[in-house]
Design a protein around this ligand. Structure first.
Ligand SMILES: Cc1cc2nc3c(=O)[nH]c(=O)nc-3n(C[C@H](O)[C@H](O)[C@H](O)COP(=O)(O)OP(=O)(O)OC[C@H]3O[C@@H](n4cnc5c(N)ncnc54)[C@H](O)[C@@H]3O)c2cc1C
Length: 311
């Protein structure tokens, strides 16, 4: 029989949103548990230089997240990265989170499970991650001011990224394996920019360089031609996978698979909050993840106070 343990708050995910929520919950003396099934820190754990997190001119992702983790633990939050969640029941009171080893009964749950970005199916992509291969134009675009940039992808996110990156690029290649899926207005804007070369029906076959990416080999499926393009960086924008599988029977998800919740992070279930990249919203950054974590924690505390007053 699994041990049953009561918690004021269970936070699912130890990325920037979850750890910020844990820091706030801990400081409010809430009995707080963070469950993490991967790497503490989430997407930012391996980022080399973050230049847009206020308070730091430039900071390594691992160092930044280790500080937030320490702050959360100092205020009493417990982080468990070894016990995987098997099942959740969120509509009951308390909410039930069953892991491989335990059953947690939580009065409030903050879902901060983030998302994963799809990778190119090339083994060398990993070698150049952060060294010419990037996934977030808002985060890393500035480093390519005056450089040659490629964008991989043909959906709205890729075309929007390409349009944004033209502010930095001297030349920009949009490379996509089939036809555009992006809306007409965005496509039109991109086509009208004379810095841009659009390569549809084109596969990316190889990434090359020494320590840093220098060129990309592409195969034009229409002409059968192989070309090598000299580039400084490529932004891969071929889709994201929100980590919401666990919640699909409990919460309605949006078309993109995220959790619908407003700026107050409240979901359709009282006492369940969604924070960070897992929440349906337009801007996904560290600052917005931290803001969501803050809001979710403070409103979870209010929810718990009302719950206690009603008993
Ligand atoms: C390479 C890269 C560079 C970036 N650079 C910048 C930058 O410079 N500036 C910036 O502002 N933003 C940057 N971003 C974006 C930023 O990292 C994200 O917006 C932010 O980290 C989102 O935080 P999050 O906590 O919402 O989600 P995530 O970071 O995705 O964290 C979610 C956590 O939940 C865990 N999890 C998932 N499912 C479960 C489950 N079932 N049970 C338990 N745990 C689970 C995951 O393992 C993960 O640790 C970058 C992103 C990437 C990929």
């Amino acid at each position: 029989m699994k041990e049953r343990i009561h918690k004021d708050v269970v936070i699912i995910g130890a990325g920037m949103a979850g750890l910020t929520a844990a820091l706030y919950c801990g400081r409010m003396n809430l009995d707080t548990l963070v469950l993490e099934n991967g790497l503490i820190g989430g997407q930012i754990a391996n980022a080399v230089a973050i230049e847009n997190y206020p308070g730091f001119e430039s900071v390594n992702g691992g160092d930044l997240i280790a500080t937030v983790q320490k702050q959360a633990e100092t205020f009493g939050a417990v982080i468990d990265e070894f016990d995987e969640i098997e099942h959740v029941t969120l509509k009951t009171s308390p909410k039930i989170i069953e892991t491989q080893e335990k059953i947690y009964e939580a009065d409030a749950v903050i879902i901060a499970s983030g998302m994963n970005r799809r990778k190119l199916p090339l083994p060398e992509e990993k070698k150049f991650a952060g060294r010419g291969v990037h996934y977030c134009e808002l985060c890393d675009g500035h480093a390519y001011d005056g450089k040659v940039i490629a964008v991989a992808g043909g959906g709205n996110a890729a075309v929007d990224a390409a349009n944004f990156l033209t502010k930095y690029a001297t030349k920009l290649y949009l490379i996509h394996r089939s036809e555009f899926r992006a809306d007409e207005v965005s496509q039109k804007r991109l086509r009208a920019n004379d810095k841009v070369t659009i390569m549809l029906q084109t596969d990316i076959k190889a990434l090359r360089g020494d320590k840093k990416l220098k060129e990309v080999e592409v195969f034009d499926k229409t002409t059968g031609e192989t070309k090598t393009l000299a580039i400084d960086g490529i932004f891969v924008n071929i889709g994201v996978e929100p980590n919401t599988k666990l919640f699909k029977d409990e919460l309605t998800l949006t078309a993109s698979g995220r959790i619908p919740a407003g700026e107050d992070c409240r979901t359709e279930i009282a006492g369940v909050f969604a924070a960070g990249d897992v929440r349906e919203k337009e801007i996904r950054q560290l600052t917005t993840a931290a803001a969501d974590g803050t809001i979710a924690a403070l409103l979870a505390e209010k929810y718990l106070a009302k719950l206690k007053a009603a008993i």
